[in-house]
Design a protein around this ligand. Structure first.
Ligand code: ADP
Length: 188
């Protein structure tokens, strides 16, 4: 199997992870997203092979038994998410660096598995109040969803110490610059 490096980004929803990663992708052309597999149904505009590899419960189970996952987890109501070995091989085969945009537990698992080959970064909001303001400002979630995301944030923040680096996203440009320096050091 081809091997290479991976960079993991995790954060409470609304911290600005997507915004930061998008900017980093412009700076580092060798970065490529790992597409996760999931057993849930596609939502809205989501496309198979773009947002996720959408598998039936049955297909997911079969791949688990065939040892085709690097790691996987069952979230709630039986929905599974995981990283396929084939996806990592595809990206490393091209000589690219794999970018993971994953939930906090997924990020911790991947770091544990890949050790020195992985750089894990936790994007931290300046405060939970600011996190709420950003989620409200983004305008993509219902009030109920925002409450759920905020409620989850305390737990997620409590796990931030398990990441290699914590980048506080207060002033966006500063956070991007800090993440950029961390990545340049890691890749050097
Ligand atoms: P995530 O991917 O972590 O859920 P987003 O990247 O969607 O978060 O950012 C959440 C909202 O906060 C977006 O509306 C984004 O434009 C805004 N945002 C991101 N970074 C900052 C920042 N440093 N200061 C203020 N607003 C920000």
């Amino acid at each position: 199997m081809a091997t290479g490096k991976l960079i993991i980004f995790s954060a409470p929803s609304g911290s600005g992870k997507t915004t930061i990663v998008k900017e980093l992708l412009k700076i580092f052309p060798q970065f490529e997203f790992s597409i996760s597999a999931t057993s849930r149904q596609p939502r809205g505009q989501e496309q198979n092979g773009v947002d996720y590899f959408f598998l039936s419960q049955e297909e997911f189970r079969t791949k688990v038994q065939a040892d085709e996952f690097v790691e996987w987890e069952e979230v709630y109501n039986g929905t599974c998410y995981g990283t396929l070995k084939s996806e990592m091989e595809r990206i490393w085969g091209k000589g690219n660096v794999i970018i993971f945009d994953v939930d906090v537990m997924g990020g911790i698992n991947l770091k544990r598995i890949f050790g020195e080959a992985a750089c894990s970064m936790f994007i931290m909001p300046p405060s939970v109040e600011e996190l709420r303001r950003r989620l409200e400002g983004r305008g993509t979630d219902s009030a109920e969803t925002i409450e759920k995301r905020v409620a989850k944030a305390d737990f997620e923040i409590s796990k931030s110490g398990e990441f290699d680096y914590v980048v506080v996203n207060d002033v966006l440009e500063d956070a991007i610059a800090k993440a950029r320096r961390i990545i340049e050091n890691f890749l050097a």
